[in-house]
Ligand binder design. Structure first.
Ligand SMILES: C[S@@+](CC[C@H](N)C(=O)[O-])C[C@H]1O[C@@H](n2cnc3c(N)ncnc32)[C@H](O)[C@@H]1O
Length: 212
């Protein structure tokens, strides 16, 4: 079995099908993961979009519900507790704080939107402005690559992940998340053969993906 689904956590809400299939970020998510559809114009547009939301992102999107899936993944997903951990699309650090609590060692939080990074507390990880399509990270250097509602650039994730490493994929609003892929699609998009453990918790879904 490529993806093993663990029973949902006790706090998991009932799955609901996505109501807004024409959400632009949903299309971008699939195009990036499966068609490598990313260029300078799209990068600029996406960075500007998130820069414009940065000042109120934590207030608008924070709170315990958002983090239920990440908390459960760190508890049940057999995620290594020693990094280096690289968080892609880290935003204002809502997930980075939890990672810091779980991880010893280096955490590098990377985001394309400088204003999102400016609003991220510095104590949770080194903040680097960068594009996940061309990461300023050495090949094979990450033990954990974390994506919380973040675009999946499969070739780069594969390149930076070291031997024995894991990809931690979280959608905080499960199928309702605009930047969403089922864990089966994460496994399919990554180059080569991968397996995953997945589950639901709080409002979200998670998958911990490893090379087969
Ligand atoms: C939906 S937000 C999620 C932010 C954060 N992970 C959270 O859960 O609050 C997506 C984030 O990905 C960033 N992003 C989008 N495209 C990116 C890229 N190509 N490289 C790095 N970050 C990117 C955005 O700037 C934004 O901060």
């Amino acid at each position: 079995m490529t993806v093993e689904h663990l029973p949902p956590a006790a706090n998991a809400v009932e799955p609901r099908p996505f109501a807004g299939s024409d959400h632009p970020m949903r299309k971008v998510t699939r195009q990036v993961a499966f068609d490598n559809a990313w260029d300078a114009a799209r990068a600029e547009k996406v960075a500007a979009l998130f820069d414009s939301m940065a000042a109120t992102w934590t207030e608008d999107h924070g709170g315990p519900d958002r983090l239920g899936a990440l908390i459960d993944a760190l508890e049940r997903g057999d995620v290594p507790t020693e990094g280096p951990a690289v968080e892609l699309g880290s935003g204002t650090g809502l997930g980075t704080e939890l990672l810091r609590a779980h991880q010893q060692g280096v955490i590098v939080a990377i985001d394309i939107a400088a204003d999102m990074l400016r609003h991220a507390p510095p104590q949770f990880g080194q903040r680097v402005q960068g594009d996940a399509s061309a990461l300023p990270v050495a090949s094979g250097s990450a033990r954990i690559v974390v994506l919380v509602n973040a675009l999946l650039f499969p070739a780069e994730v594969d390149r930076i992940l070291g031997a024995g490493g894991v990809v931690l994929w979280v959608n905080t609003n499960a199928e309702q998340t605009p930047i969403h892929l089922p864990v089966e699609d994460v496994v399919a998009a990554l180059p080569g053969a991968w397996t995953a453990t997945a589950s639901r918790a709080g409002t979200g879904t998670w998958g911990v993906v490893r090379r087969a």
